[in-house]
Ligand binder design. Structure first.
Ligand SMILES: [Zn+2]
Length: 144
């Protein structure tokens, strides 16, 4: 009985996150943001750090260059900027995400210092979807 209720809850949670905008799966299990010229995968590590990886149109990872990325968590405690640092493979937040999800996360990407800023909004829910087995923020289920 308890298990059944949990399954229903998970299914409801998944359905409530359905948007008109389709979620594209990232290679790491995160959510692929439709940024240009490079795509960016938003991924939350087991330690709750935000990891951003850049890809070309063929999903080949691209080493970070002059891009700048700003991540802000909009939790009930207020807006919390997460400072991002460049790593060998991408960008990683210096601090973990604040507790209390689900809440909104805003990712702002600039391809170059002069480029127009591109904004992406993600509803952070770290539960695992019962259907696609991905985290809810990266759930790719449609129409169920
Ligand atoms: Zn799903």
């Amino acid at each position: 009985m308890k298990t059944k209720a949990l399954v229903i809850l998970l299914a409801l949670a998944c359905t409530s996150l359905l948007h008109a905008e389709k979620v594209t799966a990232g290679p790491k299990g995160g959510r692929l943001l439709d940024s240009t010229p490079l795509k960016a995968e938003f991924f939350v590590t087991a330690e709750r750090h935000v990891e951003i990886t850049l890809y070309d149109d063929h999903t080949n990872p691209i080493l970070p260059g002059e891009q700048t990325i700003a991540v802000t968590a909009e939790s009930s405690g207020g807006r919390t900027p997460l400072p991002m640092e460049k790593t060998a493979a991408g960008f990683l937040s210096k601090t973990p995400l604040p507790a209390g999800e689900p809440y909104r996360i805003v990712v702002q990407i600039r391809a170059t210092p002069e480029a127009k800023q591109q904004n992406f909004r993600i509803d952070l829910d770290l539960h695992t979807c019962g259907e696609c087995q991905r985290k809810e923020y990266a759930c790719t289920c449609e129409g169920h």
